[in-house]
Design a protein around this ligand. Structure first.
Ligand code: GLY
Ligand code: MN
Ligand code: MN
Length: 438
């Protein structure tokens, strides 16, 4: 049970914050959940996204104006904002499985944390959050100190069993949504209908999703973060790329599948990409430099393009010349956790920058993998008109089979994405395990 793992996780989180505070010379830390933002000249709030470092303490995803105060050696305090409101539903009472680990004060005023905590904060307390009200209490240099945030971000790269269990469940729920979405695609539904089928099957509202679902039919699969939701189904549904996750206690899944409605070259490419993706995911283990794995993905994709006659040069030449990046213009993956694109992917254990390989500006993970890391493995292969045109204009006609490209453009693109966790000896593929058990 996920909830039974929380106590051990909470001990570890306290230990990590304690170490980070000691290292950076602070005596305590206040972590504020955030304050809702109202849209300009209106009275509606933007969807609330809490401070991820508040979520690291607690699974409170819809709780603005709450705060945790942690002083090493003492039970953490939680100021839990529960307004006495009849316009909106106030947050439910704290639940014992997590609340028993805090000294909880339930307050009905958004600023009460200031007086609640005033006597308990040592002078040298750091504050983390973006709430404007922090400015009235803390000197500027004690708000969001970079060294403290970096120290915690580095700790977050090693997931606890509780965090892994939350992400495994987020993969399972997403599996229910993906299965319903695939069925809706096969029944010629529109993008909007497919999206709704996903939400319904996974039990998510739009706001609970970790990121906006990418629900792309046909050519739309070539738009990497396609945000449309066409209400009309196209005259013919040829291909379908869905990139959609779920959240459990604020922990994310980030999963992509691609389907073809007919046989032929596109279907062959989908199958080859699936085989490549699984082979790359199996190579995830401690000691692997993710930059190397990303470059192996380029070689694999270039090999598929050469073998299927999409390009007229061999894989080596395609990677060397930058042609593989025309078809695969993003990184192989990123850390995942409380944030879909989780933190500290581009720094080493001392906080020093780990550069991306030259020519790969969008890679979000350059670290050497270690046990506890949670990451995505998401090779892609797209037919993006703008990038193909630029290639043709700058490098000429020869390396690409343009007749084949013309036949593939209406299918958009392919991405296959799983979430994996590095273990002592290899990795667990949370997504494949969850999907197989459905
Ligand atoms: N869904 C965003 C990504 O795959 O990074
Ligand atoms: Mn994704
Ligand atoms: Mn991703």
């Amino acid at each position: 049970m996920i909830e039974e793992l929380f106590g051990e996780h909470h001990q570890e989180v306290q230990r990590r914050w304690g170490a980070a505070l000691e290292k950076t010379g602070f005596d305590a830390v206040l972590v504020h959940s955030g304050t809702p933002l109202v849209s300009f000249l209106d009275d509606f709030e933007y969807p609330f996204r809490p401070n991820p470092l508040f979520l690291y303490w607690l699974p409170l995803t819809h709780h603005p104006d709450s705060a945790v105060l942690f002083r090493p050696g003492e039970k953490p305090l939680l100021c839990f904002f529960q307004p006495d409101d009849y316009w909106y539903l106030p947050p439910a009472d704290p639940e014992s499985w997590w609340a028993d680990h805090f000294d909880v004060r339930v307050v009905s005023d958004a600023t009460t944390w200031k007086t609640e905590f005033a006597q308990k904060m040592p002078t040298n307390t750091a504050a983390i959050g973006d709430a404007p009200s922090l400015n009235a209490v803390f000197d500027r240099e004690r708000i969001n100190p970079e060294n403290l945030i970096t120290a915690i971000h580095l700790q977050r790269t090693r997931k606890t069993p509780y965090e892994v269990a939350c992400m495994a469940e987020a993969s399972r729920l997403a599996g229910l949504g993906h299965r319903a979405a695939e069925a809706a695609f096969m029944q010629d539904c529109s993008e909007l209908e497919i999206h709704q089928a996903y939400l319904s099957a996974s039990g998510h509202t739009d706001q609970r999703l970790p990121y906006h679902n990418i629900v792309a039919l046909n050519e739309h699969g070539a738009v990497l973060h396609y945000q449309g939701r066409d209400r009309e189904a196209p005259p013919q549904s040829r291909s379908f790329l869905i990139d959609a996750g779920c959240t459990v206690n604020a922990y994310c899944s980030d999963i992509t599948r691609t389907y073809s409605r007919s046989g032929g070259l596109f279907a062959e490419l989908v199958e080859a990409m699936d085989t490549l993706q699984q082979s790359l995911a199996r190579r995830v283990c401690p000691g692997v430099d993710f930059r190397d794995l990303h470059l192996q993905a380029h070689h694999g994709i270039a090999g598929i393009l050469a073998d299927t006659g999409v390009i007229r040069v061999d894989a080596e030449a395609a990677v060397e010349s930058g042609l593989s990046a025309v078809f695969y213009p993003h990184g192989l993956g990123h850390f995942i956790g409380l944030q879909t694109h989780d933190v500290a992917g581009l720094i080493d254990d001392r906080g020093a920058s780990l550069p991306r390989p030259e020519g790969h500006p969008f890679l979000r993970l350059t670290r050497t993998l270690a046990p506890g890391n949670a990451l995505t493995v998401e090779p892609g292969l797209y037919f993006i008109e703008a990038l193909l045109r630029r290639w043709r204009e700058s490098a000429g006609e020869d390396a690409v089979n343009w007749a084949v490209i013309d036949a593939l453009l209406p299918f958009g693109g392919i991405r296959i994405e799983d979430n994996v966790v590095v273990t002592d000896a290899g990795c667990d593929n949370l997504t494949r395990t969850a999907f197989e058990a459905l």
